[in-house]
Ligand binder design. Structure first.
Ligand SMILES: Cc1ncc(COP(=O)(O)O)c(C=O)c1O
Length: 414
């Protein structure tokens, strides 16, 4: 028998599956389970008829480049359209700064490969996005968490942690942030804090990686375009690597996203991408480009804001009516897909998964998002994909599960 373990690279030895992907497997095994686990867009919002019309035209065979290899940078007209999107977000950018990626997840992988050596330090929010944790872990970087306040990462703690780590002789290369409707907390970094973070990064010579897939999905009752201004918009010195994606606004199945960064960085990301996939799928890029050119994206955005805001409301109402006030609390989501719910301290949400699956509801345990072992009594609930009815039913099941857990822990401690 071959000992495959002995063949694995050091990096492969550190690779772990994501908790969210595992939940996806549970979900696939049972149709009865109501899933608040993966942050999937609602498939009934996808512009199906526009996509099928566009795809039919593209696949007519008139233009061979539709199914051909393309430049690693991306399809030129799409790059131009993305420069237009960036401009609308307040960022002046050119072709030299942009790279199309196969999902922002690839963007995170490229950032990790290009900017980090083993043992380099990446500062991340506590909690942070699991896909970023995976990308940073795969290059053997060391992640150190920075606590959050209601308006995002705590600046004093950030600087104190940075000084401590540098004092230990280590290199801090990157601060990773999701400023808009963060996955998993839904938090928004305040505008003034964004400015101060940029100034801090300049002072301490750290690059900011700004991951921004949710910014278009602000809920008009509590946030606006002005609240989601990218840090990159004020980045005159080229200190921010900005990532965004069409996954949440058009469809994640197309795997089209982009990086906007200083030209020398983007050139290196392009070289790293060549080794990963040569180029992002040509058909995917063309469909996304056409969807923009024909105004589909513009039309979708207000529809999506209303759709997800209504689901947020349904989930909040269900939590209020199914749980006692002291059983659950959450920061109000002002956009995005997620509600970050804290349960009583005696509950371990990882242990509770089995009981939840048996009751027909799943979530992601908070610990998946903490690199320091925290978050044991927190759950991330994605309200994006299930219907209103399923959200109500799922929250009802969850409340019953939490009550059972509380009863068991009370009995054990007696
Ligand atoms: C914060 C964050 N970054 C990146 C991604 C990956 O998105 P994409 O589908 O573009 O790879 C996600 C997806 O959930 C996300 O929440």
């Amino acid at each position: 028998m071959i000992d495959y373990e002995s063949f694995f690279s050091r990096a492969a030895g550190h690779m772990h599956g994501s908790a969210i992907r595992r939940m996806g497997t549970v979900l696939a095994q049972s149709r009865e389970i109501i899933s608040f686990a993966p942050g999937y867009p609602a498939p009934d919002t996808f512009p199906w008829s526009d996509f099928s019309e566009i795809a039919r035209e593209l696949l007519s065979g008139r233009d061979g480049s539709v199914l051909q290899y393309g430049p690693t940078r991306g399809y030129e007209p799409l790059l131009e359209s993305i420069a237009g999107i960036m401009q609308a977000r307040g960022v002046r950018t050119t072709r030299e700064n942009l790279l199309i990626t196969t999902g922002s997840q690839q963007g995170l992988d490229l950032v990790a490969r290009v900017l980090l050596d083993p043992d380099d330090v990446v500062l991340v929010e506590l909690p942070t996005y699991t896909g970023a944790i995976t990308a940073f872990r795969n290059v053997l970087a060391t992640m150190i968490g920075v606590p959050q306040e209601a308006d995002g990462v705590d600046l004093d703690a950030l600087d104190a942690i940075h000084q401590r780590v540098v004092g230990e002789g280590r290199r801090v290369r990157v601060l990773y942030l999701v400023p808009n409707f963060q996955n998993p907390t839904g938090l928004l970094i305040g505008l003034e804090k964004r400015q101060r973070l940029l100034a801090w990064a300049g002072r301490r010579n750290v690059l900011i990686v700004e991951d921004d897939p949710y910014r278009e999905l602000y809920f008009e009752d509590s946030a606006s375009e002005a609240d989601v201004r990218p840090i990159r918009a004020d980045d005159d010195g080229g200190r921010v690597v900005y990532l965004s994606s069409f996954s949440k606004t058009l469809a994640p199945g197309y795997r089209v996203a982009w990086i906007d960064a200083a030209a020398p960085l983007t050139a290196k990301f392009e070289l790293a991408k060549q080794a990963e996939d040569l180029c992002t799928g040509a058909l995917d890029q063309r469909v996304i480009y056409e969807a923009m050119r024909r105004g589909v994206l513009e039309r979708q955005l207000p529809i999506l804001r209303c759709h997800y805001q209504a689901k947020r409301d349904v989930m909040v109402q269900a939590l209020r009516s199914e749980f006692a006030e002291d059983e659950v609390s959450w920061p109000a989501p002002r956009g995005g897909f997620f509600l970050w719910a804290t349960l009583p301290a005696q509950i371990d949400t990882e242990n509770m998964v089995a009981r939840s699956v048996a009751a027909g509801v799943i979530y992601v345990a908070g610990s998946a998002f903490f690199i320091d072992g925290g978050g044991h009594n927190i759950i991330r609930l994605a309200f994006s994909a299930p219907s209103h009815e399923k959200i109500r039913e799922g929250v009802g099941r969850l409340a019953a599960v939490v009550r059972e857990e509380l009863a068991v822990s009370a009995a054990v401690s007696r």
